[in-house]
Design a protein around this ligand. Structure first.
Ligand code: G3P
Length: 218
Protein backbone atom coordinates (compact mmCIF):
# COMPACT_ATOMS: atom_id res chain seq x y z
CA UNK A 1 0.00 0.00 0.00
CA UNK A 2 1.34 3.40 -0.95
CA UNK A 3 1.17 6.44 1.32
CA UNK A 4 0.64 9.83 -0.30
CA UNK A 5 0.31 13.05 1.66
CA UNK A 6 -2.63 15.32 0.81
CA UNK A 7 -1.17 18.80 1.23
CA UNK A 8 0.69 21.61 -0.49
CA UNK A 9 2.61 22.45 2.71
CA UNK A 10 6.32 21.94 2.02
CA UNK A 11 7.24 21.42 5.70
CA UNK A 12 4.65 18.68 6.09
CA UNK A 13 5.81 17.02 2.86
CA UNK A 14 9.43 17.15 4.13
CA UNK A 15 8.38 15.71 7.50
CA UNK A 16 6.56 12.76 5.88
CA UNK A 17 9.44 12.23 3.46
CA UNK A 18 11.99 12.25 6.30
CA UNK A 19 9.92 9.62 8.12
CA UNK A 20 10.73 7.36 5.15
CA UNK A 21 7.18 6.27 4.35
CA UNK A 22 6.14 8.77 1.70
CA UNK A 23 5.33 7.52 -1.81
CA UNK A 24 3.75 10.61 -3.35
CA UNK A 25 1.79 13.84 -2.92
CA UNK A 26 -1.69 14.98 -3.89
CA UNK A 27 -2.74 18.60 -4.02
CA UNK A 28 -5.87 20.43 -5.09
CA UNK A 29 -6.76 24.10 -5.66
CA UNK A 30 -8.08 24.43 -2.09
CA UNK A 31 -4.84 23.07 -0.60
CA UNK A 32 -2.74 25.44 -2.75
CA UNK A 33 -4.90 28.40 -1.68
CA UNK A 34 -4.54 27.34 1.98
CA UNK A 35 -0.76 27.77 1.63
CA UNK A 36 -1.27 31.19 0.03
CA UNK A 37 0.05 29.99 -3.34
CA UNK A 38 -1.76 32.02 -6.00
CA UNK A 39 -1.07 32.99 -9.62
CA UNK A 40 -0.07 30.57 -12.35
CA UNK A 41 3.69 31.17 -12.11
CA UNK A 42 3.78 30.68 -8.33
CA UNK A 43 1.59 27.58 -8.55
CA UNK A 44 3.84 25.97 -11.20
CA UNK A 45 6.95 26.84 -9.16
CA UNK A 46 5.36 25.31 -6.08
CA UNK A 47 4.81 22.03 -7.94
CA UNK A 48 8.50 22.07 -8.84
CA UNK A 49 9.41 22.56 -5.16
CA UNK A 50 7.20 19.61 -4.19
CA UNK A 51 8.78 17.44 -6.91
CA UNK A 52 12.24 18.22 -5.51
CA UNK A 53 11.29 16.72 -2.13
CA UNK A 54 9.29 13.63 -3.00
CA UNK A 55 10.29 10.40 -4.78
CA UNK A 56 6.97 9.53 -6.38
CA UNK A 57 3.92 10.84 -8.17
CA UNK A 58 2.73 14.39 -7.48
CA UNK A 59 -0.88 15.16 -8.42
CA UNK A 60 -1.41 18.64 -9.88
CA UNK A 61 -5.02 19.58 -10.57
CA UNK A 62 -6.29 21.41 -13.65
CA UNK A 63 -8.54 24.43 -13.21
CA UNK A 64 -10.13 24.27 -16.68
CA UNK A 65 -13.46 22.51 -16.98
CA UNK A 66 -13.63 22.08 -20.77
CA UNK A 67 -11.76 19.39 -22.74
CA UNK A 68 -9.49 21.75 -24.72
CA UNK A 69 -8.58 23.75 -21.63
CA UNK A 70 -7.84 20.60 -19.59
CA UNK A 71 -5.62 19.20 -22.35
CA UNK A 72 -3.68 22.48 -22.70
CA UNK A 73 -3.27 22.89 -18.94
CA UNK A 74 -2.49 19.23 -18.34
CA UNK A 75 0.26 19.19 -20.98
CA UNK A 76 1.83 22.25 -19.37
CA UNK A 77 1.71 20.61 -15.93
CA UNK A 78 3.09 17.28 -17.19
CA UNK A 79 6.04 19.08 -18.81
CA UNK A 80 7.18 20.38 -15.40
CA UNK A 81 8.49 17.03 -14.13
CA UNK A 82 8.09 13.30 -14.80
CA UNK A 83 6.53 12.97 -11.33
CA UNK A 84 3.57 15.16 -12.23
CA UNK A 85 0.24 13.35 -12.49
CA UNK A 86 -2.52 15.44 -14.02
CA UNK A 87 -5.53 15.57 -11.71
CA UNK A 88 -8.82 15.84 -13.58
CA UNK A 89 -12.37 16.18 -12.25
CA UNK A 90 -14.88 13.37 -12.90
CA UNK A 91 -16.97 15.14 -15.52
CA UNK A 92 -17.80 14.31 -19.16
CA UNK A 93 -14.97 16.54 -20.39
CA UNK A 94 -12.73 15.16 -17.64
CA UNK A 95 -13.30 11.59 -18.88
CA UNK A 96 -12.45 12.65 -22.45
CA UNK A 97 -9.33 14.44 -21.22
CA UNK A 98 -8.35 11.37 -19.18
CA UNK A 99 -8.60 9.17 -22.28
CA UNK A 100 -6.56 11.72 -24.26
CA UNK A 101 -3.82 11.84 -21.61
CA UNK A 102 -3.68 8.06 -21.09
CA UNK A 103 -3.37 7.57 -24.87
CA UNK A 104 -0.52 10.09 -24.93
CA UNK A 105 1.57 8.74 -22.05
CA UNK A 106 0.52 11.35 -19.46
CA UNK A 107 -0.38 10.04 -15.98
CA UNK A 108 -3.79 10.97 -14.61
CA UNK A 109 -5.65 11.04 -11.32
CA UNK A 110 -9.43 11.31 -11.70
CA UNK A 111 -10.74 13.20 -8.69
CA UNK A 112 -14.08 13.97 -7.03
CA UNK A 113 -15.25 10.38 -7.39
CA UNK A 114 -18.29 9.47 -5.30
CA UNK A 115 -19.75 6.38 -6.99
CA UNK A 116 -18.69 2.99 -8.35
CA UNK A 117 -19.99 3.98 -11.79
CA UNK A 118 -17.68 6.99 -11.87
CA UNK A 119 -14.75 4.77 -10.86
CA UNK A 120 -15.60 2.28 -13.62
CA UNK A 121 -15.63 5.02 -16.28
CA UNK A 122 -12.31 6.44 -14.98
CA UNK A 123 -10.69 3.01 -15.33
CA UNK A 124 -12.13 2.58 -18.84
CA UNK A 125 -10.60 5.96 -19.75
CA UNK A 126 -7.19 4.69 -18.59
CA UNK A 127 -6.73 6.69 -15.39
CA UNK A 128 -3.58 5.80 -13.44
CA UNK A 129 -5.38 6.72 -10.21
CA UNK A 130 -9.00 7.13 -9.22
CA UNK A 131 -9.75 9.21 -6.12
CA UNK A 132 -12.89 8.21 -4.20
CA UNK A 133 -13.55 10.81 -1.46
CA UNK A 134 -14.08 8.68 1.64
CA UNK A 135 -14.47 11.39 4.29
CA UNK A 136 -16.83 13.58 2.29
CA UNK A 137 -19.19 10.60 1.84
CA UNK A 138 -18.99 9.81 5.56
CA UNK A 139 -19.77 13.51 6.22
CA UNK A 140 -23.16 13.07 4.53
CA UNK A 141 -24.00 9.79 6.33
CA UNK A 142 -22.98 7.58 3.40
CA UNK A 143 -20.52 4.72 3.83
CA UNK A 144 -17.31 5.85 2.14
CA UNK A 145 -15.54 2.56 2.87
CA UNK A 146 -18.32 0.68 1.11
CA UNK A 147 -17.52 2.63 -2.05
CA UNK A 148 -13.84 1.61 -1.81
CA UNK A 149 -14.97 -2.04 -1.44
CA UNK A 150 -17.21 -1.79 -4.51
CA UNK A 151 -14.44 -0.29 -6.62
CA UNK A 152 -11.98 -3.01 -5.45
CA UNK A 153 -14.40 -5.74 -6.57
CA UNK A 154 -15.02 -4.11 -9.97
CA UNK A 155 -11.33 -3.47 -10.67
CA UNK A 156 -10.38 -7.02 -9.60
CA UNK A 157 -13.16 -8.56 -11.75
CA UNK A 158 -11.67 -7.05 -14.89
CA UNK A 159 -8.02 -6.66 -13.88
CA UNK A 160 -8.12 -2.89 -14.42
CA UNK A 161 -4.72 -1.49 -13.54
CA UNK A 162 -6.12 1.83 -12.31
CA UNK A 163 -4.97 2.38 -8.73
CA UNK A 164 -7.58 3.06 -6.05
CA UNK A 165 -6.31 6.19 -4.29
CA UNK A 166 -8.48 6.61 -1.19
CA UNK A 167 -8.80 10.37 -0.62
CA UNK A 168 -10.50 12.68 1.86
CA UNK A 169 -9.02 10.68 4.73
CA UNK A 170 -10.06 12.07 8.12
CA UNK A 171 -8.33 9.82 10.70
CA UNK A 172 -6.01 6.81 11.18
CA UNK A 173 -8.90 4.29 11.19
CA UNK A 174 -9.74 5.32 7.63
CA UNK A 175 -6.19 4.33 6.64
CA UNK A 176 -6.36 0.99 8.50
CA UNK A 177 -9.75 0.12 6.98
CA UNK A 178 -8.54 1.08 3.49
CA UNK A 179 -5.57 -1.24 4.02
CA UNK A 180 -7.93 -4.09 5.01
CA UNK A 181 -10.07 -3.57 1.90
CA UNK A 182 -7.06 -3.36 -0.39
CA UNK A 183 -6.97 0.27 -1.55
CA UNK A 184 -3.74 0.65 -3.52
CA UNK A 185 -2.93 4.10 -2.14
CA UNK A 186 -4.19 6.41 0.59
CA UNK A 187 -3.69 10.14 0.49
CA UNK A 188 -3.90 11.61 3.92
CA UNK A 189 -3.17 14.65 6.05
CA UNK A 190 0.11 14.31 7.99
CA UNK A 191 -1.83 14.07 11.28
CA UNK A 192 -3.56 10.81 10.26
CA UNK A 193 -0.26 9.23 9.19
CA UNK A 194 1.33 10.27 12.49
CA UNK A 195 -1.73 8.92 14.30
CA UNK A 196 -0.80 5.42 13.13
CA UNK A 197 2.44 5.59 15.13
CA UNK A 198 1.11 6.54 18.54
CA UNK A 199 -0.03 4.04 21.18
CA UNK A 200 -0.23 4.74 24.94
CA UNK A 201 1.08 1.25 25.79
CA UNK A 202 4.16 1.94 23.65
CA UNK A 203 4.79 5.16 25.62
CA UNK A 204 4.24 3.45 29.00
CA UNK A 205 6.40 0.47 27.99
CA UNK A 206 9.26 2.69 26.81
CA UNK A 207 9.14 4.78 29.97
CA UNK A 208 9.42 1.57 32.06
CA UNK A 209 12.30 0.18 29.96
CA UNK A 210 14.22 3.44 30.34
CA UNK A 211 13.59 3.78 34.09
CA UNK A 212 14.65 0.13 34.66
CA UNK A 213 17.79 0.77 32.61
CA UNK A 214 18.60 3.84 34.72
CA UNK A 215 18.07 1.84 37.98
CA UNK A 216 20.49 -0.85 36.78
CA UNK A 217 23.11 1.58 35.50
CA UNK A 218 23.53 4.04 38.39
O1 G3P B 1 -7.33 16.02 -2.28
C1 G3P B 1 -8.62 15.51 -2.32
C2 G3P B 1 -9.21 15.10 -1.00
O2 G3P B 1 -8.32 14.32 -0.28
C3 G3P B 1 -9.83 16.23 -0.23
O3 G3P B 1 -10.03 15.91 1.12
O4 G3P B 1 -10.53 16.61 3.43
O5 G3P B 1 -11.00 18.21 1.54
O6 G3P B 1 -12.42 16.18 1.88
P1 G3P B 1 -11.06 16.77 2.03
Amino acid sequence: MKFFIDTANLNEIKEAHDLGVLDGVTTNPSLMAKEGITGKKNILNHYLEICKIVDGDVSAEVISTDFDGMVKEGKELAKLDDKITVKIPMTKDGVKACKYFSSNGIKTNVTLVFSAGQALIAAKAGAKYVSPFLGRLDDISTDGLNLIEEIRIIYDNYLFDTNILAASIRHPMHIINCAKIGADVITSPLSSIMGLIKHPLTDIGLEKFLSDYKKGNK
